[in-house]
Design a protein around this ligand. Structure first.
Ligand code: CAA
Length: 404
């Protein structure tokens, strides 16, 4: 068993760390206070190649592996969750689904501009009345000749107001005996008539990010924009979540690291009862747990990255990594605020933002409760993964770095 990261991994992580520390950290508090996404972020992430980091070069990407995707997410969320959310929806949920399920023509039309960062992708599954119970979504897609007519509403969609392309799920067969079998996947574009989007205001966290809604009114989506076969949408949605959840796990690991690093610095400098608080045993205990949670979360996500590189099915391992890392990022943020005392309760220190940002990830991309049910069913042998018509391709360094 080899746990060493390659030079390529280390360099990629270093570039992203420098970007996040020098270009994002100095102003993130202000953007968070304003509840606005810094408009320079997406173009800069595109320029750095992050928006196509693990997409083969022939599809406009950088040709790095899935482990690099995880490391990038960790580094980004080390500074702010809003940056990692971009990677989750644009790369994890949208571009990787195109790589897995798209026809060659769809890859050229949608994936190439997304990987180059010329177009932004998002993922639209959730609806006002359907979050965890995604199989019962209500947005309808009625076939009329060579088009589908889509009607409905999507809610809690990251980058809804920023994205150009939406991987969107709608019901094509309301009669299907099994609700999941009646869903299809579509690439909907912002310029289609009948598409409107807006931002959701008043969020607890990820305030420097963009979360919104999409309304679809008689939107004509051409047949060639359907991803996969009719009725295959739920499987596409779930497989996309295997990629999105991986990025969430890696990002939450970065959030644990942020809490740990800033608590270590504060504990060394802050003095009470005549000594640095780092010398008080109850503070040490908190730091020890945070270090343990960081290492465990990191090992869990790196295992998933390795499995993805090998082309191994990883739904169970991804769910476990996401569940563990996000739950422990909340715990780490609570402890970080506690260590900072009253200062941690104000936005003078970053840990206050970390605590608010940590909460969303135990809800989106599968609540902790959904992951617990999945894990119990795997353990009981009730849940088994079946092979898919299109699997996420294993990483092949030579092929992925060839530009044609
Ligand atoms: N990949 C591919 N196919 C999969 C799959 C996967 N990971 N998981 C299940 N499937 C397939 C199954 O094999 C099954 O197919 P067959 O009938 O042919 O065997 C089919 O999907 C249906 O499976 P199940 O009935 O077993 O359903 P399930 O138990 O897998 O799913 C659930 C139930 C776990 C509750 C699931 O609906 C779920 O994960 N819900 C949470 C949804 C979620 O995470 N939403 C967040 C959306 S993203 C977001 O938060 C917003 C954003 O902008 C980021």
């Amino acid at each position: 068993m080899d746990f060493t990261l390659s030079e390529m991994h280390r360099q990629a992580a270093e570039v992203v760390r420098r970007f996040a520390q020098t270009e994002v950290a100095p102003t993130i508090r202000e953007w968070d206070r304003r509840h606005e996404m810094n408009p320079a972020i997406l173009p800069r992430m595109a320029e750095l190649g992050l928006l196509g980091i693990c997409i083969p070069a022939r599809y406009g990407g950088q040709g790095f592996d899935y482990i690099t995707l995880g490391l990038v997410c960790e580094e980004l969320e080390r500074v702010d969750t809003s940056l990692r959310v971009v990677m989750s929806v644009h790369v994890g949920l949208c571009s990787l689904a195109l790589l897995q399920w798209g026809s060659e023509e769809q890859k050229q039309r949608f994936l190439v501009p997304q990987a180059r960062g010329e177009k932004i992708g998002a993922y639209a599954l959730t609806e006002p009345g359907h979050g965890s119970d995604a199989a019962h979504l209500e947005t309808s897609a009625r076939r009329r000749g060579d088009v589908y007519i889509l009607n409905g509403e999507k809610m809690w969609i990251s980058l809804a107001n920023k994205a150009d392309h939406f991987l969107l799920f709608a019901r094509t067969n309301p009669e299907a005996a099994n609700a999941a079998d009646g869903i299809s996947a579509f690439m909907v574009t912002r310029d289609m008539k009948g598409v409107t989007t807006g931002d959701i205001h008043g969020k607890l966290g990820v305030r420097a990010g963009s979360t919104g809604w999409i309304a679809l009114q008689d939107v004509e989506v051409p047949l060639e924009n359907r991803l996969g076969e009719e009725g295959e949408g739920f499987k596409i949605a779930m497989s996309a979540l295997d990629n999105g959840r991986y990025t969430v796990a890696a990002g939450a690991t970065g959030l644990i690291r942020a809490c740990l690093e800033e608590s270590l610095a504060y504990a060394r400098e802050r003095r009470t009862f005549g000594k640095p608080i780092a010398e008080h045993q109850l503070i040490k205990q908190k730091l020890a747990y945070m270090a343990l949670w960081y290492d465990t979360a990191r090992l869990l996500y790196l295992r998933v990255g390795w499995m993805k590189n090998q082309g191994l099915r990883n739904t169970r391992e991804t769910s476990q990594a996401k569940w563990y890392a996000t739950e422990h990022s909340v715990k780490a943020a609570l402890e970080a605020v506690q260590i900072h005392g009253a200062y941690g309760y104000s936005d003078e220190y970053n840990v206050e933002r970390y605590l608010r940002n940590s909460k969303g990830a135990v809800i989106y991309e599968g609540t902790s409760e959904i992951h617990q049910l999945m894990q119990a069913d795997y353990a009981l042998g009730i849940r088994r993964d079946r092979p898919l018509r299109c699997e996420l391709p294993a990483y092949d360094a030579e092929a992925w770095q060839q530009s044609s």
